[in-house]
Structure formats: C-alpha cells, structure tokens
Design a protein around this ligand. Structure first.
Ligand code: LLP
Length: 431
C-alpha cells in the first residue's frame, strides 16, 4: 500500500509526513487517505461492473461526512441503520434512491423518517416489523419499498460478536418462515415488496460461507418467483474481510464472480453493503508514546490513545499492526512490548508481546487498518475527548472532525433543578 509509506525515514500519508499533522492537531488522531478510499471503492465497483449492482457503503464502518462524501462522489450509495446515519448519508450527498435502511430495531419514528426521505428500500427483519412498516406507510398515505432480510443459518467463521447469519442470532427472518412472511408482506397494500436481503457477518475471510448463503438465497428467490411473487432486488449485505495480520481475504473479483455464478440467472438487481473493505485500510490511528515502564515480566509502552478511541482490540481481541512513525534502522533490534493506553482497566491494551524496535517517550506510533469501526466506535470513557479525524489528499490535509474542547465535554451535563436551587440558596445565605 503506497498511500502509507516511509519517505525519507518518516511514515507519510500520501505525501504528508504524519509528524506534521501531529504537530498541527495533537495526538491521538485518525488519519484517512482519500486516494486509498477511492482505490478501494473502485476496485470493488470494477469487480461488479458487468452486473446490475448498487454498492451501498455501510456507514456504520465510518460515517464521517468527508469519508461518506468522498465515496458518494464516486457513485456509492449508503446502507444505514439509524435515523442518525440516514441523516449523515443525505448530508454527505448520497441520493435517497441509493440508500437502504437495515437493522432489527427501527423505531416508528425512524421508519417514518426513512419513508419521508424516499429511500430505495427498508430491509425488514421480522413479521412484526413488516406490520409496523405497513402501518406507518398507510398512515402517511404512501407505499413502503421493503426487502425481507432472511437469516440463512450459515456460520460465517468470524468472531462470534460479529457473526449474524446463524439462526440463533437476532437478525433476519428464519428461512423456514420466509415464504410465509414474504407472502404476507406482498399482500399488504401499503408495502411495495422489492426482494430479499441478507448479511451473514463481518470480517469474513473465505468465500465458502457466502457461497452457501447465496445458494440458499437463490433457491428461495426462485421459489418465490415460481409462486408468482415479485423479487426484483437481492441485497447481499457486507462482510468481505481485510488483512489485519497477513490474512489472505478473497479479492472483490472472486466475490463478484461468485455473485454472478450463484445469483446471476435470477436477473435481479443486486445491492452490496461493504463497510470494512472500503475504509478499513484507508485509516491509521496515530498515537504518541507517553512513557515506557518496565514491569517484572513485561515492558509497557504507554500511549496517549486508548480503548475509548479504538475499541476493537479490547472488545474483540482484534489484532492491529503497529509501526513507529520514524522509520527504524534495518538493524534495529526487535523486543516484545505491551502497547497500552491510559484507561484504568487491563482491557485497554492495543497489543501484547508485540515485537517493536526500541521506543522512547514522545515517539509516534501508527495503528494500522483503523479506518473501519475506529472513530465511529469511540467514546469519552474516562472523560477523554473524542479523537479528531484528518483527511489527506495528495500533499494536503484537512481536519474533518476537530477535537472537542473540555468546555464541550463539561457542557454536556446539567445539574437537576433541585441541586441548582440548593446551590443558589447557599450562595444567598453566604452572601
Ligand atoms: N450490512 C449490515 C446489515 C451489517 O450489519 C454490516 C456490519 C455491514 C453491512 C457491513 O459489514 P462489513 O462489510 O463492514 O463487514 N464493529 C465490528 C464490526 C461489526 C459489523 C456489524 N455489521 C468490528 O469492529 O469488527
């Protein structure tokens, strides 16, 4: 990947040395490469060029306005899962007719908002939701375009917390109930049934589970068509994995060929919802070593980023490559170090026993593959400020989400009236 490479001994994002951004915005910060984003989108889109496919970027992976805008400019649609994400997609310039709305728990207010915006389709995940969407649409005097998300009962061979396609998961309508549910939805005047949807999980590193799931979807779609029900569109979800630690994920070309092979004969429009594939590799989290600490058994590099900034290692035990921003000498010895943040729990560990060249306080480190499920999952735990985001393009960089101030942080909370009244009364007494 040439967008993040050492030049003259310093890690750069495209043409910008990362220490220059660190001096300007402070650490920690997320840094995205626009060229990398575009390259990933185009490689995915090109793989599907011969098929009637709409690529709907899953905003949950990274919903920064500038990121979504960059993808929308290239033609991407959006997969959203909340009113907030729907508003973000529209604000970033994604046309409503390229937006699909997924998720098991859409509220009536969210359904109403989506129908008002005129999006492509709502993916409904239960019979109860079919009825809810129909009721809202009828009340609004409109017809709701819906697809039924089915649960194909396929093991995605990924982390249990991000697998979604087994029947014990909360997602989708079980295959056994799918025909009945589809018939029910197709019979409701307030619904305009578009087709089927599925999503079996995330960070999937083999085409096999996709092959099984697409096969089941193809059978169901053919059955429904044979019964005279309309199946215009198939939404295949996201899930294509990326290499965090030398894994060999399937290439988009193979994935697209599988889609054509298993589903092409049905003649349906195809929707894809990639998230991680498009943005994961396009982002780094840059952090500074605060100090080093030698324990009895381990050496700790305590950095200024923490689990609240990038939750994946703490939450899923996820591996992220870490490299020094200053290029190490080729002969530099490697020694195991624990890369930890300042948050008061042991889960706040980015890497265990990681072989790194000698580090000093003040050194910058890059945590790689942080463009997906990084900033979006950040919190203010331990009263830490939300981490800022920076976009790089050619030789320029722009802050695309500034670091909030401590006033912003403190200003979020309010005292209840009775406390404020007591404080005021005390001030009067003491005056
Ligand atoms: N569509 C639906 C309905 C989804 O639930 C997801 C992800 C996607 C698309 C996008 O999947 P992708 O292409 O990014 O694999 N926070 C976790 C990942 C959670 C994924 C949830 N659903 C992580 O950091 O690994």
């Amino acid at each position: 990947m040439t967008e993040f490479a050492y030049r003259d001994g310093v890690l750069c994002a495209e043409d910008v040395p990362l220490p220059r951004i660190a001096d300007a915005v402070g650490t920690p910060f997320y840094c995205y490469s626009e060229a990398r984003l575009a390259a990933r989108y185009l490689s995915f889109a090109n793989a599907f060029r011969g098929q009637p496919a709409l690529i709907c970027f899953a905003l949950k992976a990274n919903s920064n306005l500038a990121v979504v805008h960059a993808l929308a400019r290239l033609g991407a649609g959006a997969d959203v899962v909340s009113e907030g994400e729907l508003r973000q997609a529209l604000a970033a310039g994604v046309p409503p007719e390229r937006i699909v709305f997924s998720g098991v728990g859409k509220t009536e207010a969210e359904i109403e908002h989506a129908l008002g915006a005129g999006i492509l389709q709502i993916n409904v995940e239960s019979t109860a939701e079919i009825a809810d969407v129909a009721r809202v649409a009828a009340r609004m005097g409109t017809r709701a375009p819906v697809a039924l998300r089915i649960n194909p009962d396929v093991a995605a061979d990924t982390h249990a917390k991000i697998a979604t396609g087994k029947s014990e998961n909360k997602f989708g309508i079980d295959l056994d109930h799918a025909r009945e549910a589809y018939g029910f939805a197709a019979g409701l005047r307030a619904l305009d049934v578009q087709g089927l949807a599925m999503h079996i999980g995330s960070q999937i590193l083999s085409l096999d589970p996709f092959r099984v799931a697409f096969g089941k979807l193809a059978l169901l779609a053919a059955d429904l068509k044979a019964a005279g029900l309309p199946v215009k569109r198939l939404d295949l979800g996201g899930g294509l994995g990326i290499a965090y630690d030398g894994e060999q994920p399937p290439e988009p070309a193979g994935y697209a060929a599988l889609v054509a092979e298993t589903l092409g004969a049905l003649g349906c429009e195809i929707v894809l919802e990639p998230g991680r594939y498009l943005v994961g590799e396009a982002g780094l989290l840059i952090t500074r070593v605060v100090r080093l600490k030698d324990g009895i058994t381990h050496r700790f590099a305590i950095v200024d980023a923490a689990m609240n900034d990038l939750a994946r290692p703490a939450l899923y035990g996820a591996y992220h490559r870490i490299t020094p921003v200053k290029e190490p000498r080729p002969s530099a010895p490697l020694a195991p170090v624990e890369v930890v943040g300042p948050v008061c729990e042991t889960a706040d560990t980015f890497a265990r026993d990681r072989k790194l060249p000698p580090l000093e306080a003040g050194d910058l480190l890059a945590i790689h593959q942080a463009g997906a499920y990084g900033a979006v999952m950040a919190s203010t735990y331990n009263a830490r400020l939300l981490v800022p985001e920076v976009m790089v393009k050619d030789g320029r960089f722009a802050v695309i989400r500034p670091r909030p101030s401590y006033d912003d942080l403190l200003g979020r909370d309010r005292l209840p009236d009775w406390e404020a009244e007591r404080d005021a009364a005390r001030r009067v007494r003491e005056a």
